[in-house]
Design a protein around this ligand. Structure first.
Ligand code: GTP
Ligand code: MG
Length: 294
């Protein structure tokens, strides 16, 4: 995915989402559970104003479970919003039930109103939105599975849009809304880079990995120690020195014997993304600043 979010592109995407939202009952927002705030589009509240919202904390398998529960509480306390956690890669059997149950709760009032008017059955229409790499496609595939039926264009919605009928109660817009990430805030940019939401070519591995080490030293020291077999003394060194030790241990050496810090940084970030450093969440509700940029 190589989206460049120029202002013109943002305006176009914004317009497209707003047009598509007309027939939508519930907006399903896919976030990365490791960075629920930084993986949110900065204008999302404005874009989906007045709609019911289901916040899906995806990649929960990579995130800190305790923090994920705190985030769910945080989002649940917001108006017309419910939050759930999932692993879109593995939860395919449960996803449909999780999503259906929560959509039922969110749309209770709306359905009761329709019932009063004599409309007994109607399908709730949902749209999936999220920044690149959040897991939108994986989520849609898991949710739809094999039983889905494409129902073609329907009047009243943007031309060319396809609806997938999950069952008699839910229809999903088959193309997710890709939102631009919060990259103007350097700390959010750093978190997006570490989790793989920003292309590797556009950020610097070394300072990013140093910031990650610093954060892990402060928040998940045992996991860092365990992964790189660090002694207590090594763990207590300054982050750049810890990186140096990791490079030595991994044999990341340049000709002449000095540690290849670029390669070491790349190893640390890659292993973090794969979950080899254990389950880590990079931000907590109520604490906007967690990672220091070096
Ligand atoms: N560990 C883990 N990886 C996931 C999960 N969901 C998705 N992924 C991985 O995250 C990456 C991005 O997933 P996609 O479904 O392609 O994300 P997307 O939002 O459709 O991305 P774009 O199409 O680029 O906007 C893929 O490598 C997935 O395998 C999850 O719950 N856990
Ligand atoms: Mg996709």
């Amino acid at each position: 995915m190589t989206i460049q979010w120029f202002p013109g592109h943002m305006a176009k995407t914004r317009k497209l989402i707003q047009e598509n939202l007309k027939g939508i009952d519930v907006v399903v927002e896919i976030l990365d559970a490791r960075i629920p705030l930084s993986s949110r589009n900065p204008l999302i509240d404005d874009l989906v104003k007045g709609k019911d919202r289901l916040v899906v904390l995806n990649k929960a398998d990579l995130a800190d479970d305790k923090k994920t529960r705190e985030w769910i509480e945080y989002f649940d306390s917001q108006e017309d919003t419910k939050a759930v956690q999932i692993n879109a890669l593995k939860d395919s059997k449960n996803i449909k039930k999780i999503i259906k149950d929560n959509i039922e709760i969110l749309t209770k009032e709306k359905r009761e109103k329709k019932l009063k008017k004599g409309i007994k059955s109607f399908a709730v229409r949902i749209m999936i939105v999220g920044i690149p790499n959040a897991g939108k496609s994986t989520f849609i595939n898991s949710l739809i599975g094999k039983q889905s039926a494409r129902v073609g264009n329907k009047p009243g919605v943007t031309r060319g849009k396809q609806w997938v009928k999950l069952d008699n109660e839910i229809e999903i817009m088959d193309t997710p809304g890709i939102l631009w990430p919060k990259f103007e805030d350097p700390e959010a940019g750093l978190k997006l880079a570490l989790t793989g939401a920003i292309k590797d070519e556009v950020f610097h591995f070394e300072p990013s990995s140093t910031a990650l080490i610093e954060y892990l030293k402060n928040n998940y020291p045992e996991q860092l120690k365990e992964r790189y077999k660090l002694s207590d003394e090594e763990l207590n060194m300054e982050a750049p020195d810890v990186a140096q030790r990791i490079g030595e241990k991994r044999g990341c050496l340049l000709k002449g014997g000095a540690v290849d810090l670029g390669k070491t940084a790349s190893i640390i970030i890659t292993e973090f993304r794969k979950g080899f450093l254990g389950r880590v969440t990079l931000e907590s509700p109520g604490e906007e600043k967690n990672l220091e940029q070096n």
